[in-house]
Design a protein around this ligand. Structure first.
Ligand code: FMN
Length: 502
């Protein structure tokens, strides 16, 4: 019998619903790198089976139109355009969005502050919206504004970094509350990392730096060469490159004369031109990275790079990089699956008394109950986030924030246990959310939240005796105790007077 090809194996081991949403074969996404991800690179990764975003931040509509046309000449597959509303002058942003709609661009990727009006306009025109986010709160904002999918970015990422947490810390938290597909970004350059993130529940991996160091990327060779020579410790998060961006926007770059302070104070020095892109001057401390079309002092420009640089040792065609990452990811997923089949019993929570059959028979019921709890906790997480933002009383807001963090934590725990039992965590949000958010009076809403928390406690009490795995029982027990404590705290606080007029 012939052995299956990498393509056949990858369909089995890597394909996710997000691939169907985006229209690509592999769960790999070229990041919409401004300046760097032009038509040549997008076409190359698309032809290799990945999905590509054109990096069009602040670009004039004429260039966007040209680049979209070039991609369409090279491939009939779907692709995306990346825009950054917060870093774009409003008039230009309107023209960019109108153009994407007129060109019927299949997908638009957005980053930085969530702009409900931009998401709404794109959605209404039938364009899929993918939003890159850096926190749980932002993920919920983007989801509520209508994004079809999210990219969770960790602090390991190259370029502008929205997150304050590493990917492994933030991803499970966002996965816990998201009702839409989630991709992961930041420091990913090896197939084993792609496999690990898919196992955690991400539906795709976003590649920035790994695809910057390819023949087709529009980055200047100086930048590509610095990337292939670098180690993760050669990268640094800094706010030194700030000109032409909103404030407080750290970037991950390769260390250079700017990050070591040799070029002066980024916030006090006079404007200095260090290069040109055709007629356009490039300023010291600006966010422009060196591109093929630039001349000047490349060393002092923003040499964006993520922590995955370690894995990138040569400049290769983009299709080759996609293919090797796919092959590594397939091998890692295949190995993990063989290990699971060979070592574990079909269900890993077998009762220590040996009553495997009873616990196996209960598995669908346990999974259904865990899913029901997950949906309820997700409703709680969304409700407490929104409610905390509306509260005027600081101490009450702190308390609701605390309940929110607990709800996020339990969502992550429930999703993890569902996966451990070979289930797929539900992405739905409990109907409780819609009922509760409709209650305008905040103390009344919190009293309703507490009744919901009481329901969770009852459900946990029913579920715990059905479960044999001591680790799951322990975690459900902790969740139960935390809910009882939070119910008491909120009741106590409400008894002593609630929030002022809202
Ligand atoms: C050179 C470069 C430019 C970037 N420009 C953008 C951009 O214009 N828009 C955007 O959404 N993200 C941008 N990013 C961030 C990526 O979306 C993504 O989060 C990051 O590349 C992932 O980390 P990695 O580089 O380690 O793969 C950029 C990243 C790099 C490396």
């Amino acid at each position: 019998m012939p052995l299956p090809s990498v393509d056949e194996l990858s369909d089995d081991l890597l394909h996710t619903p997000l691939c169907d949403l985006l229209g690509c074969r592999y769960p790999l996404i070229l990041a919409g790198m401004g300046g760097v991800a032009r038509a040549e690179l997008v076409t190359a990764v698309t032809l290799a089976g990945a999905f590509g975003f054109l990096g069009m931040v602040r670009e004039p509509p004429e260039l966007i139109q040209e680049e979209v046309a070039k991609v369409r000449q090279g491939t009939s597959a779907a692709f995306g355009v990346n825009l950054i509303p917060a870093a774009t002058e409003p008039g230009l942003l309107t023209r960019q969005v109108e153009l994407c709609i007129a060109l019927a661009v299949p997908v638009v990727g957005l980053f930085w502050n969530v702009s409900p009006s931009v998401i709404g306009a794109l959605r209404a025109a039938g364009i899929k919206v993918v939003h890159q986010v850096g926190s749980v709160a932002e993920a919920l904002q983007a989801q509520e504004a209508g994004a079809h999918a999210l990219i969770v970015q960790g602090t390991e990422a190259g370029g502008h970094v929205r997150s304050r947490q590493g990917l492994d810390e933030l991803l499970p938290k966002v996965l816990a509350v998201a009702g839409i597909p989630v991709a992961a970004a930041g420091g990913i350059a090896a197939g084993a990392d792609v496999a690990r993130l898919l196992t955690q529940g991400a539906q795709a991996a976003v590649l920035g730096t790994a695809l910057l160091a390819t023949r087709e990327s529009f980055a200047h060779d100086f930048h590509k060469l610095r990337v292939v020579q670098a180690r993760a410790t050669d990268t640094i998060l800094t706010e030194a490159f700030h000109v032409n961006w909103p404030p407080n926007a750290p970037v991950r770059v390769l260390k250079n004369s700017v990050t070591s302070g040799q070029r002066g104070d980024p916030f006090r020095s006079p404007a200095t031109v260090i290069g040109h892109e055709l007629e356009r001057p490039i300023y010291l401390f600006s966010t422009d990275s060196p591109l093929r079309t630039m001349t000047g002092d490349y060393e002092a420009m923003a040499l964006y790079a993520g922590c995955g640089v370690e894995h990138i040792r040569e400049i290769v065609p983009a299709g080759q990089r996609v293919a090797s990452i796919v092959a590594e990811a397939v091998a890692a997923r295949g190995k993990a699956r063989r290990a699971a089949v060979g070592v574990a019993s079909p269900v890993c929570y077998a009762d220590e008394t040996g009553d495997d059959q009873t616990t196996e028979a209960l598995r669908p019921q346990i999974l259904a109950r865990l899913d029901e709890l997950l949906e309820a906790e997700r409703a709680g997480a969304r409700l407490t986030l929104r409610t905390a933002a509306e509260l005027q009383d600081d101490s009450l807001r702190e308390l609701v924030d605390l309940v929110h963090h607990d709800e996020v934590k339990w969502c992550a725990m429930l999703a993890r246990q569902i996966r451990k039992l070979h289930g797929t965590p539900s992405t739905r949000t409990g109907a409780f959310y819609d009922k509760a958010i409709g209650i305008g009076d905040l103390p009344e809403r919190l009293a309703f939240l507490n009744r919901g928390q009481g329901w969770v406690v009852r459900k946990l009490r029913e579920l715990m005796p059905m479960v044999a795995d001591p680790e799951i029982v322990h975690e459900l027990g902790e969740m139960l105790d935390a809910h009882r404590t939070n119910i008491d705290k909120v009741n106590d606080r409400l008894a002593h007077g609630g929030d002022g007029p809202s």
